[in-house]
Design a protein around this ligand. Sequence first.
Ligand code: PLP
Length: 408
Amino acid sequence: MSNVESVSRKQYQRSLAYLAYGSSTSSKAPIMEDSEPALIAKGKGCRVWDLDGNEYIDFRNGLGPVTLGYAVEEINQAISEQLKCGIVFGHPHPLEGEVAEGLVNAIPCAERVRFLKTGGEAVAACVKIARNATGRNKILNCGYNGWLNTLSLSANCPQGIALSQPSNGVPPEVSALHVSLPWGDIDPWKDYFEHNGKDVAAVVIASSYPDIELGKVFLPALRKLTQEYGVLMIMDEIVTGFRLAIGGAHEYFDFMPDMAVFSKGMANGMPISAYLGKGDLIDSAKSLGISSTFGGETLSLAAMKAVLQFYREKDVIKHLWDTGRSFMQRVNTLFEKYGMAASIEGFPVCPAFQFKDPAAVLPFYGACYRNGLSLYCVPYVNYSHKEADIAEAAERMERALKELTNGQ
Ligand SMILES: Cc1ncc(COP(=O)(O)O)c(C=O)c1O
């Protein structure tokens, strides 16, 4: 485990002079000095090792993208083969069209596809397309859709961003166009649409993890409402894609958005995102100037092609549901046994910890780190977590809970 004297911590401290905040991803920066690994050096399967060589069973999974496991042979092989032939070219590579075809075949709302590098960028592309297609400017959003959420004064942001001043640097004229509304209850949306529906270009919806089952009624109802008002629906499947189902929440809950964005999960950690949906909408991207040099970068495309094949051959989705269910059951049983006022809720493929006492959160995570368990507010399982790993993770968590309750 990391502590102020560890190699990890010392090297991290040194990086602060050069790397702002010590991490380019706000939610990855270590916040617990005495127990959290400051720097992760490598991963294999469902485990990671910090720079001091301490091993952790990992449920952070790169904050979502690692759905198969770290350094998975088949995906590494696909990347290395492509690496021998070059990374990025001045014309399209055959993989770009091939992988797009794979996504059109795998994702219900996908008629056409285009690639970018990050989730937030893909959301921004859809927002521009929607504004152009509808001739309207307002965007409603739900949940976290990337750091451009900071355009809305009321947006949901992960802790790493919310603890800062995310609305600084946004002109009021811009933030007036971005409004956030809650998950699960259609009434505030109906109310907003009644008064402002004709100004809204699109809704951008990321599912809420602890109460995701509300999507069964909420999402189709929102789809209907958007159609009544001529508003486009953009599903943010960045976490739900390749987890609930390959096609994410819109496949799982069986409705059809106009566009959707995918990223985490598509290439087992390689950096790539896709915006996809109705052909005429995605086709308009070119005329709107949406373009990026690295959109067709081939190592990520080769990884994605191998990931799609891996999902089909090994029924990854079923494994994630089964293993996640086992993890949730064990965690909730342990919380009850040790009188922890907390639970883990939602769907097993992307569940969320819920703590009654916010002051209990960091001590719990800290004790888990000290016992070789790396958790996140959404503790993801990947395909490499087998039942024995889940049992071992539960043993480590039990040691952590004993430590907390005995004050050791
Ligand atoms: C649901 C969801 N949408 C969008 C994003 C933004 O993706 P990125 O960080 O790649 O821009 C995230 C990232 O955590 C996310 O969880």
